[in-house]
Design a protein around this ligand. Structure first.
Ligand code: ADE
Length: 416
Protein backbone atom coordinates (compact mmCIF):
# COMPACT_ATOMS: atom_id res chain seq x y z
CA UNK A 1 0.00 0.00 0.00
CA UNK A 2 1.41 3.37 -0.99
CA UNK A 3 0.57 6.39 1.14
CA UNK A 4 1.52 8.90 -1.56
CA UNK A 5 -1.53 11.02 -0.84
CA UNK A 6 0.66 14.15 -0.51
CA UNK A 7 1.00 14.30 -4.26
CA UNK A 8 -2.68 14.19 -5.21
CA UNK A 9 -4.26 17.46 -6.20
CA UNK A 10 -5.50 19.82 -3.50
CA UNK A 11 -9.25 19.51 -4.13
CA UNK A 12 -9.06 15.70 -4.28
CA UNK A 13 -7.20 15.63 -0.98
CA UNK A 14 -9.81 17.92 0.55
CA UNK A 15 -12.68 15.81 -0.76
CA UNK A 16 -11.25 12.64 0.78
CA UNK A 17 -10.58 14.35 4.10
CA UNK A 18 -14.11 15.80 4.14
CA UNK A 19 -15.43 12.28 3.59
CA UNK A 20 -13.32 11.05 6.53
CA UNK A 21 -14.67 13.79 8.83
CA UNK A 22 -18.25 13.18 7.76
CA UNK A 23 -17.88 9.49 8.59
CA UNK A 24 -17.51 10.72 12.17
CA UNK A 25 -20.47 13.10 12.20
CA UNK A 26 -23.50 10.81 12.52
CA UNK A 27 -25.89 13.37 14.02
CA UNK A 28 -25.15 15.92 11.31
CA UNK A 29 -25.56 13.20 8.68
CA UNK A 30 -29.04 12.38 9.99
CA UNK A 31 -29.98 16.05 9.83
CA UNK A 32 -28.53 16.29 6.32
CA UNK A 33 -30.66 13.40 5.13
CA UNK A 34 -33.85 14.96 6.54
CA UNK A 35 -32.90 18.39 5.13
CA UNK A 36 -32.38 16.74 1.74
CA UNK A 37 -36.02 15.62 1.76
CA UNK A 38 -37.68 18.58 3.47
CA UNK A 39 -35.58 21.49 2.11
CA UNK A 40 -36.25 23.67 5.19
CA UNK A 41 -33.85 26.42 3.98
CA UNK A 42 -34.96 26.46 0.36
CA UNK A 43 -33.49 29.54 -1.36
CA UNK A 44 -32.47 31.08 1.97
CA UNK A 45 -29.18 32.95 1.63
CA UNK A 46 -26.76 32.02 4.40
CA UNK A 47 -23.32 33.59 4.83
CA UNK A 48 -20.99 31.70 7.13
CA UNK A 49 -17.78 32.95 8.73
CA UNK A 50 -16.31 29.78 10.22
CA UNK A 51 -12.98 27.99 10.40
CA UNK A 52 -12.70 26.35 6.99
CA UNK A 53 -12.09 22.76 8.06
CA UNK A 54 -13.30 19.33 7.02
CA UNK A 55 -15.98 19.50 9.73
CA UNK A 56 -17.21 22.89 8.53
CA UNK A 57 -17.45 21.36 5.06
CA UNK A 58 -19.85 18.81 6.59
CA UNK A 59 -22.01 21.67 7.85
CA UNK A 60 -21.87 23.44 4.48
CA UNK A 61 -23.08 20.30 2.70
CA UNK A 62 -25.90 20.01 5.26
CA UNK A 63 -27.06 23.59 4.65
CA UNK A 64 -26.76 23.08 0.92
CA UNK A 65 -28.87 19.94 1.08
CA UNK A 66 -31.50 22.02 2.91
CA UNK A 67 -31.74 24.23 -0.19
CA UNK A 68 -29.76 27.18 1.23
CA UNK A 69 -27.67 29.44 -0.98
CA UNK A 70 -24.44 29.63 0.96
CA UNK A 71 -21.18 31.54 0.96
CA UNK A 72 -18.31 30.78 3.32
CA UNK A 73 -15.36 32.81 4.53
CA UNK A 74 -12.70 32.11 7.17
CA UNK A 75 -13.16 33.17 10.79
CA UNK A 76 -9.41 33.32 11.36
CA UNK A 77 -6.52 34.05 8.98
CA UNK A 78 -4.54 30.95 10.03
CA UNK A 79 -7.24 28.28 10.44
CA UNK A 80 -8.15 27.59 6.81
CA UNK A 81 -7.43 24.15 5.39
CA UNK A 82 -6.69 25.05 1.76
CA UNK A 83 -7.57 21.60 0.45
CA UNK A 84 -11.03 21.91 1.99
CA UNK A 85 -11.59 25.38 0.53
CA UNK A 86 -10.52 24.06 -2.86
CA UNK A 87 -12.82 21.03 -2.70
CA UNK A 88 -15.79 23.11 -1.53
CA UNK A 89 -15.42 25.32 -4.59
CA UNK A 90 -14.50 22.70 -7.18
CA UNK A 91 -16.44 19.64 -6.07
CA UNK A 92 -19.45 21.20 -4.37
CA UNK A 93 -19.81 24.62 -6.04
CA UNK A 94 -19.84 26.44 -2.70
CA UNK A 95 -18.33 29.95 -2.89
CA UNK A 96 -15.51 29.89 -0.31
CA UNK A 97 -13.32 32.88 0.47
CA UNK A 98 -10.37 31.76 2.56
CA UNK A 99 -6.63 31.20 2.21
CA UNK A 100 -4.45 29.90 5.02
CA UNK A 101 -2.08 32.67 6.14
CA UNK A 102 -4.03 35.48 4.49
CA UNK A 103 -3.18 38.94 5.81
CA UNK A 104 -5.69 41.03 7.76
CA UNK A 105 -6.71 43.06 4.72
CA UNK A 106 -7.50 39.92 2.72
CA UNK A 107 -9.28 38.41 5.72
CA UNK A 108 -11.73 41.35 5.87
CA UNK A 109 -12.02 41.48 2.08
CA UNK A 110 -13.13 37.84 2.23
CA UNK A 111 -15.78 38.68 4.82
CA UNK A 112 -17.14 41.34 2.44
CA UNK A 113 -17.14 38.78 -0.40
CA UNK A 114 -19.25 36.43 1.73
CA UNK A 115 -21.60 39.32 2.48
CA UNK A 116 -22.18 39.92 -1.23
CA UNK A 117 -24.51 36.94 -0.82
CA UNK A 118 -26.82 39.40 1.04
CA UNK A 119 -27.46 36.86 3.79
CA UNK A 120 -30.84 36.34 5.38
CA UNK A 121 -29.04 34.23 7.99
CA UNK A 122 -25.47 34.72 9.23
CA UNK A 123 -23.35 32.08 10.92
CA UNK A 124 -20.42 33.47 12.86
CA UNK A 125 -17.48 32.15 14.86
CA UNK A 126 -16.21 35.20 16.74
CA UNK A 127 -18.89 37.70 15.59
CA UNK A 128 -16.78 39.29 12.83
CA UNK A 129 -19.67 39.15 10.34
CA UNK A 130 -22.17 40.70 12.74
CA UNK A 131 -19.75 43.44 13.72
CA UNK A 132 -18.91 44.14 10.05
CA UNK A 133 -22.64 44.35 9.24
CA UNK A 134 -23.13 46.83 12.08
CA UNK A 135 -20.39 49.20 10.89
CA UNK A 136 -22.34 50.56 7.92
CA UNK A 137 -25.60 50.17 6.01
CA UNK A 138 -25.30 47.36 3.47
CA UNK A 139 -28.91 47.75 2.33
CA UNK A 140 -30.16 44.56 4.01
CA UNK A 141 -30.62 43.20 7.52
CA UNK A 142 -30.57 39.43 8.08
CA UNK A 143 -33.58 37.77 9.72
CA UNK A 144 -31.28 36.09 12.24
CA UNK A 145 -27.88 34.67 12.93
CA UNK A 146 -26.00 32.12 14.97
CA UNK A 147 -22.78 32.38 16.96
CA UNK A 148 -20.42 29.47 17.54
CA UNK A 149 -18.02 30.65 20.18
CA UNK A 150 -17.77 32.08 23.72
CA UNK A 151 -15.87 35.18 22.54
CA UNK A 152 -18.53 35.96 19.93
CA UNK A 153 -21.39 35.49 22.37
CA UNK A 154 -19.74 37.93 24.81
CA UNK A 155 -19.38 40.52 22.02
CA UNK A 156 -23.00 40.03 20.90
CA UNK A 157 -24.43 40.25 24.43
CA UNK A 158 -22.56 43.56 24.82
CA UNK A 159 -24.17 44.78 21.57
CA UNK A 160 -27.63 43.63 22.72
CA UNK A 161 -27.28 45.29 26.11
CA UNK A 162 -26.20 48.54 24.43
CA UNK A 163 -29.37 48.24 22.33
CA UNK A 164 -27.46 48.26 19.01
CA UNK A 165 -27.93 44.67 17.86
CA UNK A 166 -30.00 44.82 14.67
CA UNK A 167 -31.16 41.22 14.40
CA UNK A 168 -31.66 38.17 16.66
CA UNK A 169 -28.82 35.76 17.32
CA UNK A 170 -28.90 32.19 18.61
CA UNK A 171 -25.95 31.52 20.92
CA UNK A 172 -24.97 28.06 19.70
CA UNK A 173 -21.96 28.20 22.01
CA UNK A 174 -24.22 28.14 25.05
CA UNK A 175 -25.96 24.86 24.18
CA UNK A 176 -24.86 22.14 26.57
CA UNK A 177 -24.24 19.75 23.69
CA UNK A 178 -21.81 22.38 22.41
CA UNK A 179 -19.74 23.77 25.26
CA UNK A 180 -19.58 20.66 27.45
CA UNK A 181 -17.97 18.69 24.64
CA UNK A 182 -16.53 21.04 21.99
CA UNK A 183 -15.06 23.60 24.42
CA UNK A 184 -13.82 20.98 26.88
CA UNK A 185 -12.88 17.79 25.04
CA UNK A 186 -12.43 19.40 21.62
CA UNK A 187 -10.26 22.30 22.79
CA UNK A 188 -8.50 20.05 25.30
CA UNK A 189 -7.36 17.50 22.75
CA UNK A 190 -6.76 19.77 19.75
CA UNK A 191 -4.80 22.37 21.74
CA UNK A 192 -2.37 19.77 23.05
CA UNK A 193 -2.25 18.35 19.51
CA UNK A 194 -1.36 21.81 18.12
CA UNK A 195 1.37 22.39 20.71
CA UNK A 196 2.88 18.98 20.02
CA UNK A 197 2.70 19.31 16.22
CA UNK A 198 4.33 22.76 16.41
CA UNK A 199 7.09 21.85 18.86
CA UNK A 200 7.42 18.04 19.01
CA UNK A 201 8.19 18.56 22.72
CA UNK A 202 7.55 16.03 25.45
CA UNK A 203 4.70 17.25 27.63
CA UNK A 204 5.44 14.85 30.50
CA UNK A 205 7.30 16.48 33.36
CA UNK A 206 6.85 20.06 32.11
CA UNK A 207 5.36 22.86 34.17
CA UNK A 208 2.31 23.52 32.00
CA UNK A 209 0.54 26.79 32.81
CA UNK A 210 -3.11 27.18 31.77
CA UNK A 211 -4.50 30.72 31.97
CA UNK A 212 -8.27 30.60 32.45
CA UNK A 213 -10.37 27.77 33.83
CA UNK A 214 -13.54 28.07 31.76
CA UNK A 215 -14.69 25.08 29.73
CA UNK A 216 -11.71 25.37 27.34
CA UNK A 217 -9.18 25.83 30.13
CA UNK A 218 -10.62 22.86 32.01
CA UNK A 219 -10.19 20.74 28.88
CA UNK A 220 -6.60 21.83 28.26
CA UNK A 221 -5.62 21.35 31.92
CA UNK A 222 -7.25 17.91 32.02
CA UNK A 223 -5.46 16.72 28.89
CA UNK A 224 -2.07 18.18 29.92
CA UNK A 225 -2.44 16.38 33.25
CA UNK A 226 -3.28 13.20 31.34
CA UNK A 227 0.08 13.54 29.59
CA UNK A 228 1.87 13.82 32.94
CA UNK A 229 2.55 17.54 32.96
CA UNK A 230 2.63 19.44 36.25
CA UNK A 231 -0.35 21.64 35.53
CA UNK A 232 -0.65 25.11 37.04
CA UNK A 233 -3.89 27.06 36.62
CA UNK A 234 -4.11 30.87 36.74
CA UNK A 235 -7.58 32.36 37.25
CA UNK A 236 -9.23 35.65 38.23
CA UNK A 237 -12.54 34.09 39.31
CA UNK A 238 -12.44 32.73 42.90
CA UNK A 239 -14.98 29.95 42.24
CA UNK A 240 -13.15 28.67 39.20
CA UNK A 241 -9.83 28.91 41.05
CA UNK A 242 -11.33 26.84 43.85
CA UNK A 243 -12.68 24.31 41.37
CA UNK A 244 -9.25 24.03 39.72
CA UNK A 245 -7.69 23.48 43.15
CA UNK A 246 -10.13 20.71 44.00
CA UNK A 247 -9.66 19.20 40.54
CA UNK A 248 -6.07 18.67 41.70
CA UNK A 249 -4.25 21.54 40.00
CA UNK A 250 -1.83 24.04 41.52
CA UNK A 251 -3.38 27.49 41.41
CA UNK A 252 -1.31 30.67 41.65
CA UNK A 253 -1.11 34.15 40.14
CA UNK A 254 0.55 34.39 36.74
CA UNK A 255 3.27 36.61 38.23
CA UNK A 256 4.46 33.48 40.12
CA UNK A 257 3.69 30.91 37.43
CA UNK A 258 5.58 32.99 34.84
CA UNK A 259 8.84 32.24 36.66
CA UNK A 260 8.45 28.46 36.62
CA UNK A 261 6.37 27.65 33.51
CA UNK A 262 7.82 25.69 30.59
CA UNK A 263 4.72 25.80 28.39
CA UNK A 264 1.95 28.40 28.70
CA UNK A 265 -1.49 28.30 27.12
CA UNK A 266 -4.07 31.10 27.33
CA UNK A 267 -7.78 30.28 27.19
CA UNK A 268 -9.37 33.38 28.73
CA UNK A 269 -10.95 35.35 25.85
CA UNK A 270 -9.39 38.49 27.35
CA UNK A 271 -6.65 40.82 26.21
CA UNK A 272 -2.99 41.08 27.31
CA UNK A 273 -3.10 38.14 29.72
CA UNK A 274 0.61 37.31 29.33
CA UNK A 275 2.42 40.65 29.13
CA UNK A 276 5.65 42.57 29.77
CA UNK A 277 5.90 41.90 33.52
CA UNK A 278 5.55 38.16 32.82
CA UNK A 279 7.93 37.97 29.81
CA UNK A 280 10.64 39.61 31.89
CA UNK A 281 10.70 36.87 34.55
CA UNK A 282 10.24 33.81 32.29
CA UNK A 283 12.76 31.00 32.00
CA UNK A 284 14.97 30.76 28.94
CA UNK A 285 13.09 28.63 26.39
CA UNK A 286 9.55 29.28 27.67
CA UNK A 287 6.90 28.34 25.10
CA UNK A 288 3.78 30.50 24.74
CA UNK A 289 0.57 29.44 23.02
CA UNK A 290 -2.99 30.64 22.85
CA UNK A 291 -6.22 28.76 22.39
CA UNK A 292 -8.61 31.70 22.79
CA UNK A 293 -10.43 33.04 19.73
CA UNK A 294 -8.38 36.20 19.13
CA UNK A 295 -4.62 36.70 19.03
CA UNK A 296 -4.71 39.27 21.83
CA UNK A 297 -4.10 37.11 24.90
CA UNK A 298 -0.30 37.08 24.54
CA UNK A 299 0.85 40.69 24.31
CA UNK A 300 3.05 40.22 21.25
CA UNK A 301 3.53 43.99 20.69
CA UNK A 302 5.00 44.14 24.24
CA UNK A 303 7.20 41.14 23.49
CA UNK A 304 8.46 42.72 20.27
CA UNK A 305 9.45 45.86 22.16
CA UNK A 306 11.41 43.81 24.71
CA UNK A 307 13.26 41.80 22.06
CA UNK A 308 16.60 42.40 20.40
CA UNK A 309 16.20 39.60 17.85
CA UNK A 310 13.37 37.64 16.25
CA UNK A 311 13.46 34.68 13.91
CA UNK A 312 11.23 31.86 12.76
CA UNK A 313 12.94 28.70 13.92
CA UNK A 314 10.39 26.12 12.82
CA UNK A 315 7.00 26.26 11.15
CA UNK A 316 4.65 27.89 13.71
CA UNK A 317 7.48 28.82 16.11
CA UNK A 318 8.89 32.32 16.40
CA UNK A 319 11.86 32.88 18.69
CA UNK A 320 12.12 36.19 20.55
CA UNK A 321 15.48 36.97 22.21
CA UNK A 322 15.08 39.45 25.03
CA UNK A 323 17.56 42.07 26.17
CA UNK A 324 18.28 39.79 29.16
CA UNK A 325 19.38 37.15 26.57
CA UNK A 326 16.52 34.78 27.40
CA UNK A 327 14.61 33.24 24.51
CA UNK A 328 10.83 33.04 24.42
CA UNK A 329 9.01 31.00 21.79
CA UNK A 330 5.57 32.03 20.51
CA UNK A 331 3.53 29.42 18.66
CA UNK A 332 1.38 30.24 15.63
CA UNK A 333 1.66 34.03 15.98
CA UNK A 334 -0.36 33.76 19.20
CA UNK A 335 -3.42 32.66 17.18
CA UNK A 336 -5.51 29.69 18.24
CA UNK A 337 -2.92 26.97 18.18
CA UNK A 338 -5.36 24.08 17.76
CA UNK A 339 -6.38 25.40 14.36
CA UNK A 340 -3.11 27.08 13.34
CA UNK A 341 -0.80 24.09 13.87
CA UNK A 342 -3.31 21.23 14.08
CA UNK A 343 -6.72 20.57 12.54
CA UNK A 344 -9.07 21.96 15.17
CA UNK A 345 -11.52 19.90 17.17
CA UNK A 346 -12.17 16.34 16.07
CA UNK A 347 -15.27 15.62 14.01
CA UNK A 348 -16.95 13.69 16.85
CA UNK A 349 -17.46 16.89 18.87
CA UNK A 350 -18.02 19.20 15.89
CA UNK A 351 -20.85 16.80 15.05
CA UNK A 352 -22.83 18.17 18.00
CA UNK A 353 -21.72 21.79 17.60
CA UNK A 354 -22.75 21.81 13.96
CA UNK A 355 -25.97 19.90 14.62
CA UNK A 356 -26.81 22.86 16.86
CA UNK A 357 -25.93 25.24 14.00
CA UNK A 358 -28.08 23.37 11.49
CA UNK A 359 -31.09 23.11 13.83
CA UNK A 360 -30.69 26.76 14.83
CA UNK A 361 -30.72 27.91 11.19
CA UNK A 362 -33.93 25.93 10.68
CA UNK A 363 -35.35 27.44 13.89
CA UNK A 364 -34.55 31.00 12.75
CA UNK A 365 -36.24 30.34 9.41
CA UNK A 366 -39.40 29.18 11.19
CA UNK A 367 -39.52 31.55 14.16
CA UNK A 368 -37.69 34.77 13.23
CA UNK A 369 -40.88 36.81 13.33
CA UNK A 370 -41.28 36.02 17.04
CA UNK A 371 -37.70 36.97 17.93
CA UNK A 372 -36.47 40.40 19.10
CA UNK A 373 -33.00 41.80 18.47
CA UNK A 374 -31.52 39.83 21.36
CA UNK A 375 -29.17 36.92 21.98
CA UNK A 376 -31.20 33.73 22.49
CA UNK A 377 -30.22 30.30 23.79
CA UNK A 378 -30.61 27.23 21.59
CA UNK A 379 -34.06 25.86 22.55
CA UNK A 380 -33.73 23.13 25.21
CA UNK A 381 -35.60 20.54 23.13
CA UNK A 382 -32.97 20.90 20.37
CA UNK A 383 -30.14 20.45 22.88
CA UNK A 384 -31.82 17.35 24.38
CA UNK A 385 -32.52 15.89 20.95
CA UNK A 386 -28.87 16.24 19.93
CA UNK A 387 -27.70 14.52 23.14
CA UNK A 388 -30.08 11.63 22.51
CA UNK A 389 -29.11 11.28 18.85
CA UNK A 390 -25.44 11.34 19.78
CA UNK A 391 -25.91 8.62 22.40
CA UNK A 392 -27.88 6.57 19.89
CA UNK A 393 -25.11 6.94 17.30
CA UNK A 394 -22.71 5.55 19.91
CA UNK A 395 -25.08 2.63 20.62
CA UNK A 396 -25.52 3.81 24.20
CA UNK A 397 -28.90 3.28 25.81
CA UNK A 398 -30.00 5.01 29.01
CA UNK A 399 -32.62 4.38 31.70
CA UNK A 400 -36.06 5.94 31.82
CA UNK A 401 -37.89 7.09 34.93
CA UNK A 402 -40.69 4.77 36.07
CA UNK A 403 -44.16 6.28 36.58
CA UNK A 404 -43.61 5.97 40.35
CA UNK A 405 -40.32 7.88 40.07
CA UNK A 406 -41.86 10.63 37.94
CA UNK A 407 -44.66 11.05 40.47
CA UNK A 408 -42.17 11.14 43.36
CA UNK A 409 -40.12 13.88 41.69
CA UNK A 410 -43.16 16.04 40.98
CA UNK A 411 -44.75 15.70 44.40
CA UNK A 412 -43.85 17.62 47.55
CA UNK A 413 -45.89 15.35 49.81
CA UNK A 414 -44.07 12.04 49.50
CA UNK A 415 -40.79 12.45 51.46
CA UNK A 416 -39.85 8.98 52.56
N1 ADE B 1 -13.45 25.18 15.89
C1 ADE B 1 -12.64 24.37 16.55
N2 ADE B 1 -12.39 23.26 15.85
C2 ADE B 1 -13.07 23.36 14.69
C3 ADE B 1 -13.20 22.51 13.56
N3 ADE B 1 -12.60 21.34 13.49
N4 ADE B 1 -13.99 22.96 12.57
C4 ADE B 1 -14.60 24.16 12.66
N5 ADE B 1 -14.52 24.98 13.69
C5 ADE B 1 -13.74 24.59 14.71
Amino acid sequence: MKYDIKNINLARKGKLRIEWAMNNMPVLNLIRKRFEKEKPLKNIRVSCCLHVTTETAGLMLTLKSAGAKIALCASNPLSTQDDVASSLVKDYGIPTFAIKGEDNKTYYKHILSALENKPEITMDDGADVVSTLHKKDYGFIPIGGTEETTTGVIRLRAMASDGVLQYPIIAVNDAQTKYMFDNRYGTGQSTIDGIIRATNKLIAGTNFVVCGYGWCGRGVAMRAKGMSANVIVCEVDPLRALEATMDGFRVMPLSKAAKIGDIFCTTTGDVSVIRKEHFLVMKDGAILSNSGHFNVEIDIPDLKKLSTKRRVIREFIEEFTLKNKKRIYVLGEGRLINLAAAEGHPAQVMDMSFANQAFSAEYIRKHHEDLDNEVYPVPKDIDDKIALLKLKSMSIGIDRLTERQKKYLSSWQEGT
